[in-house]
Design a protein around this ligand. Sequence first.
Ligand code: ADP
Ligand code: ZN
Length: 741
Amino acid sequence: MPAPTQLPPELLTAIRRYWGFKSLRPLQEQAIRAVLGKRDSLVVMPTGGGKSLCFQAPAVVRGGLTVVVSPLIALMKDQVDGLTRIGVPAARLDSTLNANERTTTYEGIRNGTTRLVFTSPERLVNTDVFRMLQNANTHTVAIDEAHCVSHWGHDFRPEYRQLARLREFFPNASVHAYTATATEQVRRDIAQQLNLKNPEILVGNFDRPNLTFRVLPRLDLVSQVREVIDQHAGDAGIVYCLRRKDVDEMTGSLKTAGYKAVPYHAGMENALRRDTQDAFAREDADIVVATVAFGMGIDRSNVRFVIHAAMPKTIEHYQQETGRAGRDGLPSECVLLHSGQDFLSLKAIIEKSADEAQAAPEYVVASIKHLDEMAKYCRGALCRHKALVQHFGQTYDTPNCGACDICLGDTQEVPDAVVVAKKILSCVARVKESFGIAHVIDVLRGADTAAIRQRGHQELSTYGLLKNVPKADLRDWIYQLIGQEVLVQAGDEYPLLKLNAGSWTVMNGKQTIRLIQLARREKRSGSATPGQPFALPAGADAELFEVLRKLRRQEASRDGVQPYQVFPDTVLAEMARGRPTTDVALRRISGVGDARLRDYGRTFLKAIIAHCLRTGLAENVPLPKITPAARAATAPALPAPKPSGKKDIAFKMFRTDASIAEVVYKTELSPSTINEYLAEFVRAEKPKSIFRWVPEDVCERIAAAAEIHGTGLLKPVFLELNGEVNYEAIRVVFAFLETQA
Ligand code: ADP
Ligand code: ZN
């Protein structure tokens, strides 16, 4: 049967009615078409991309049954609870059902009322459950977390291998696989292992534009973690640590400092682990300190920050773990704290566990290659969004993402990076590519060591060329060159620095190089206004948002559901902005379907009306027009201002002390444009202070340099300050100084 070109109207109606979504994301539409057309498919979408709707929505509008295979009971339970709440007949078959529940489930399947049934691979393949499902006219089989079938993936489950037999069991059903793991190898493996017939392969956009990525050297771990948490007062977040003992230590330090943090790792008793999960889901706990074991069964969509206290093992893991932030599409932050030590610790862990499990040597080699890619990401000076998207085989054309440490200017460019790079590379050449990082650093810094004397390296022309650069910086730059693939680290036990073709293009002046100085950040941009929840759009009332959050917790605990099942943060944020006071206005919010309106509409409307009465805030404020470019496919369309009025909006936001990053986010303009607006704003409106945007000490340094060089040109001041202060800051301070003249 060919796939229908248009989606049937009843499907769109059902999506509006049950889920309250106003539109489908581009890939969802294609994925749903494949299901309706009974064409096998493999759908790859990042976490939070909206995979579940792809098999849930078609199931609702057709007779017969959709069987969903899922690896974890927690995941199944979550989806079934969610569906039941919005009025979709769904059930699960797993070991936790009691006799009564099982009878009801069987009954629903037999009499044809149940539209979706969730089960585990073991149950489906090893019991005779499939017979009953065959008889119930199963037309669709959906396999969630399908990468579990591949041992190349990061969550291989042998039971998934047996799913190849589904074809025999359900010869008339189409099979659809869903995963967030995108590498080509895993993709091929899934299609092959599951016996997919001429599958339609749909790969979503892997960028998560609402996430701000930062990578920082780990200096003082606990205080760095606290700094991030403090920026997100009242928000939910996860702190990932490498080992169980790190989890316990971090939880202890945070608790001592007065934070409500709870631990989670595989070594804890089941009951305790469940307590942590439940408390987090119920929003009784907001900060979870965890090993990677935490997350797969978690569907809390308003996680606002994810901190990595150490480098993860692979970029895939990193993508999955950071993917747990901002699943509702609202701005969220991911901070990775790393040190050169992480690579070695992880390598040791991999080797030890491979040894214990007697794993094949290829496994170790592959794991270390993954580790190496991750380390390169940390050291790279490339836009983080671009680096991540490219890792997953996609291109990224936005010149400035406005949402990573590199593009936001958190880091400082090393002046004359090309010259520095040439010095490093020629030193590697001079020592004949036969030494490791430590020795090359010693030579460049002109150290007096036995190794240098023995080999006469003090005679080299590159000896002492970078005498004044601190060791840590130099090491960092070398890693950045490796990250930019103009230098290689080769060999296992004693890795040596080697040149490659890229090295020569740099030395011949045919390629430019960027180096960044991580440790000397002057300021943190992109953080929320203190006291303002991170995710709120402009115009939203923070106090009302808090009131609604509290109300949501009450309603959820009364009904024994999770808070997001009452309303997700996106809906509360929009309530706090638009302040609807009628059913019709409330229903207009994306995510408010019939069931939710019926169950909770009245209560929330009452709270909004009371709040507006008390504070005098306007009610029923219409949404600004949405620009077509608004956000990529993964994020729900948020209200974005009209291009013509963007400068006005920027000015308005600056008046209320919004940060540059907030204005970038709101207007979708580049940080450099916003910086220009800020300078204009300062000139025009002469604010009393600009410390909100340029920290006091930086202002002082720029002002001092301007006394020598004047405010005519930016460059002399930039050079005077050794390139340690960026041009944007200088421009803003100049504007300020002019208003003072
Ligand atoms: P995944 O399984 O891919 O990680 P989910 O299916 O859990 O993602 O969906 C992620 C979030 O996106 C959920 O909060 C869901 O309600 C929301 N969502 C999915 N599809 C849409 C849509 N078309 N419009 C608005 N929100 C959506
Ligand atoms: Zn960027």
